[in-house]
Ligand binder design. Structure first.
Ligand code: CTP
Length: 404
C-alpha cells in the first residue's frame, strides 16, 4: 500500500520516524511529506533513510512530475503525525500553501491525524471546531492522550504512541490491524438498550442501537480476543467471529453479564433501563383495563456495572457514561464521579442529546480512569472503538507486567 506520512512542526515530529519504520517494515511504500517547520525538528536524511524514498517539502521541486497531485492521487492512506494546531487549522480550511496541504487536497485516500499540542491549545474552541470539521468530513483522529508534555507539564495533548497511530491508520485504510494485542484474552461486551415489558406487546425502552458496542466487539476480536457480545435488542448485526447472546430485559442482561463476570475484560456499553414496570401484566391490557388516565409504577433496577465491580474475580471493567452536560470541565467531573460511584476501572464518556450521541455516525469520547482523561478519540464509531480497545489492551499489558 502507498502511504503518505505527513509530519508537521511539533516536538513529537521525531516520533514520526518510528511510525515510518514500522510502516516500511510492514511492506508499505512510504512517502514522507514534512512541513517546512517539521524539518526544523527532524532531518531530511533520517526521513529519506527510513522511508527509502526522496523527501521534499517543496511544491516547486520536480514540477514536471506535478508532485502533489501524483502523491495525493496515488496514496492509499495519508497519516499526519504529529498534527499541530496550525496543520489542523490548515487542513480544516483546505489551505494549499505547502506540499502537505496540496497533497491532502489532491487525494481521496483515508486521512488519519494524530494531534499533539499543549492541553490549553487542544482545548481551545478554535482547535476543537477544526477537529469537528475534519471528523465530519471523514478524517480519523487518533489521540491525543494524557501524559508528559514538553516543558515539564503533564496533561492531555501528548501524541498517541506511534504504533497506535499506525494501527489506527492501517485499520482506517482497511488493512489488517496489528494482531494480537488481546490474543488469549476473553472480552464480554454488553450493547443495545434493555426493554422493560408493560404487557406482552408493550415495553419501555430507549434509542440505543448497539452500534458502539458492536464496534467494540469487532475491535476486540480484531485484536485477537475471544469475544462475547451480550446484545439487548440490537439494531445492528453482530460482527463476524463474535459469540452473540441475545437478551431483552435488564434482568436477563444482568444474569448474562454476571455469568460471564470472570472474563478478562467486561465492557458495559448497553443503555440499561434504570427502572422496570412494577406489576407488568401477562396479558395484553385493554383500554378498558387501563382506564382514562393510567399510571405506571416503576421500580429501580439493579446497577449491573456496580454489581460487576463487586464480583469476586475482578475483570478490567469498563463503563460508559452518556451525559448531556454542555460544559467540558463539568462533563469530565461528572464522569469521574460516576467512575468512582460505580467502581469501574475505566469510563468512556460521551455527550448525548441535541446532535450528538445516539445513532450518529461520528462520535467523540473521552476515556477516564481515576486520575482523569487518559484518551480522547473522535471519528467514526469503528475508529473510536479501536482507541478504546487499545487503551484496554495497554492496561492489561501493564497489569500483567506488574504481576511478573
Ligand atoms: N448501568 C448498569 N446498570 C444500570 C444502569 C446503568 O450497569 N441499571 C451501566 C451502563 O451500562 C453504563 C453505566 O452504568 O456503563 C452508566 O450508565 P448511566 O445511565 O450513564 O448511569 P446511571 O447510573 O444511570 O447514572 P445517572 O442516571 O445518574 O446519570
Amino acid at each position: 500500500m502507498r502511504v503518505v506520512v505527513g509530519i508537521s512542526g511539533g516536538i513529537a515530529a521525531y516520533k514520526a520516524a518510528l511510525a515510518i519504520r514500522e510502516l516500511v517494515q510492514a511492506g508499505h511504500d512510504v512517502h514522507v511529506v514534512p512541513t517546512a517547520s517539521a524539518l526544523r525538528f527532524i532531518g531530511r536524511p533520517t526521513l529519506e533513510a527510513l522511508s527509502r524514498n526522496p523527501v521534499t517539502d517543496e511544491v516547486f521541486d520536480d514540477v514536471a512530475a506535478v508532485r502533489h497531485v501524483a502523491l495525493g492521487q496515488s496514496a492509499d492512506l495519508i497519516v499526519v503525525l504529529p498534527a499541530t494546531a496550525n496543520t489542523l487549522a490548515k487542513l480544516a480550511t483546505g489551505l494549499a500553501d505547502d506540499l502537505l496541504g496540496t497533497t491532502v487536497l489532491a487525494s481521496r485516500a483515508p486521512l488519519v491525524l494524530a494531534p499533539a499540542m499543549h492541553t490549553e491549545m487542544w482545548e481551545q474552541p478554535a482547535v476543537q471546531a477544526n477537529v469537528r470539521t475534519l471528523v465530519e468530513r471523514g478524517a480519523t483522529i487518533v489521540g491525543p492522550v494524557a501524559g508528559a508534555l514538553t516543558g515539564g507539564d503533564t496533561g492531555l495533548g501528548r501524541m498517541a504512541e506511534p504504533t497506535d497511530v499506525v494501527a489506527a491508520a492501517l485499520a482506517a485504510a482497511g488493512a489488517a490491524q496489528q494482531p494480537g494485542a488481546l490474543a488469549g484474552r476473553t472480552v464480554v461486551v454488553s450493547a443495545g438498550g434493555t426493554r422493560e415489558p408493560i404487557d406482552p406487546v408493550r415495553f419501555l425502552g430507549n434509542r440505543s442501537s448497539g452500534a458502539m458496542g458492536a464496534e467494540l466487539a469487532a475491535a476486540a476480536r480484531a485484536a485477537g480476543a475471544s469475544v462475547t457480545l451480550v446484545g439487548a435488542n440490537l439494531h445492528v448485526p453482530a460482527p463476524e467471529g463474535v459469540e452473540l447472546v441475545e437478551v431483552e430485559t435488564t434482568e436477563q442482561l444482568r444474569t448474562a453479564m454476571l455469568e460471564r463476570a470472570d472474563a478478562d475484560v467486561v465492557v458495559m456499553a448497553a443503555a440499561v433501563a434504570d427502572y422496570r414496570v412494577e406489576g407488568a401484566s401477562d396479558e395484553k391490557r385493554t383500554k378498558e383495563a387501563w382506564g382514562e388516565r393510567p399510571t405506571l409504577t416503576l421500580a429501580l433496577n439493579p446497577d449491573i456495572l456496580a454489581e460487576l465491580a463487586r464480583a469476586p474475580r475482578r475483570s478490567l471493567l469498563v463503563g460508559f457514561g452518556a451525559e448531556t452536560e454542555p460544559d467540558d470541565d463539568a462533563l469530565v467531573q461528572r464522569g469521574r464521579d460516576k467512575l468512582a460511584r460505580k467502581g469501574a476501572d475505566l469510563l468512556v464518556l460521551n455527550r448525548v442529546g441535541h446532535d450528538e450521541g445516539f445513532g450518529r455516525v461520528d462520535t467523540r469520547v473521552r476515556v477516564l480512569d481515576a486520575d482523569g482523561v487518559v484518551a480522547d478519540a473522535s471519528g467514526t464509531k469503528a475508529s473510536v472503538a479501536r482507541v478504546i480497545i487499545d487503551t484496554v489492551a495497554q492496561r492489561l499489558a501493564a497489569a500483567s507486567e506488574e504481576h511478573q
